[in-house]
Structure formats: structure tokens, C-alpha cells
Design a protein around this ligand. Structure first.
Ligand code: THU
Length: 144
């Protein structure tokens, strides 16, 4: 079976992603910020993965919703993320933080699309000139 690519994305995919993100948001554990987040993504094999934020009394230990999503991605077999949606408590599109853009990029399909508050954007647009495995390899790969 051929992989799903960003040009295959339809309104049906985005509707399913928004619904799953809202459902994930209702599970958020956010007693400190009281800002609940749900995230959902479509994997190139058709799977849907999701996550919610999980806060901690030691604030810096907080896990963003994207952390749970990426953990589920890996636990359920890996693959590349084709489309991503993140919502706040009102079900409105929420921008992934900078750290989570990096986290998502590691597993992104070429041209992955994100539903941002300002509209659809590609991973290249939300994280230009990014640090990747190639940057690591350029240095570490040359060491004997
Ligand atoms: N948060 C996420 O879950 N994902 C993001 O990309 C942005 C921020 C969470 C972390 C914290 O629990 C709450 O939103 C307020 O910052």
C-alpha cells in the first residue's frame, strides 16, 4: 500500500484530526496553567496518533501534548507524520511551541502540514533553517 502524502489530505482527514485533538484535550492534566491542549496527527500509513499535555508540580517537568503524541507514534510502530492539528480548551487551533516544532520535525514526512491559528502551514514554514540529524552527522560522522 502506498504512503499517504500531504497532497492526499482532504477535509475528512482534517475533520478527524480536529475531533481527535479535542477528545485528547479533554484528557489533559493541566491543574497549574489550566491551559488544556490536545494534539493529533495523521501518520503516512493512515494511523491517527494523539496526546494531551501533562503538567507537574515541578513546572519545568511538564510534558506538552506533542510529547504524548510522538510517544504514541513510536510505541505504535513509528512512521512519518503527514498532518498535525493542535487545539486549546475552546477547540481552536493552537500553535505548537518551538521545542515541539523540533520534536515533530524529527518524525515529519516531507511537506508535513500543520493546522496553525493563521491557517495551514508546512513544517518548512514553521521551522525554517532547522537543526537536523544531518547537522549531527556532519560533525560526528567525520570523527574516527
Ligand atoms: N503546551 C502544549 O501542550 N503544547 C504546546 O506546544 C504549547 C504549550 C502546554 C504546556 C502547558 O501545560 C500549557 O500548554 C501552558 O503552557
Amino acid at each position: 500500500m502506498s504512503s499517504i502524502v500531504p497532497t492526499d489530505l482532504t477535509d475528512t482527514h482534517w475533520q478527524a484530526l480536529r475531533e481527535l485533538a479535542v477528545e485528547a484535550m479533554t484528557r489533559a492534566y493541566a491543574p497549574y496553567s489550566r491551559f488544556k491542549v490536545g494534539a493529533a496527527a495523521l501518520v503516512d500509513d493512515g494511523r491517527l496518533v494523539s496526546g494531551c499535555n501533562v503538567e507537574n508540580a515541578s513546572y519545568g517537568v511538564t510534558l506538552c501534548a506533542e510529547c504524548g503524541l510522538v510517544s504514541e507514534l513510536i510505541r505504535t510502530g513509528g512512521g512519518r507524520l503527514v498532518a498535525f492539528a493542535c487545539v486549546d480548551a475552546h477547540g481552536r487551533a493552537c500553535a505548537p511551541c518551538g521545542r515541539c516544532r523540533q520534536l515533530l520535525n524529527e518524525h515529519a514526512a516531507d511537506g508535513m502540514v500543520l493546522a496553525m491559528p493563521s491557517g495551514m502551514m508546512s513544517i518548512d514554514e514553521v521551522l525554517p533553517d532547522r537543526f537536523t540529524a544531518a547537522d549531527v552527522e556532519r560533525v560526528v560522522g567525520q570523527q574516527s
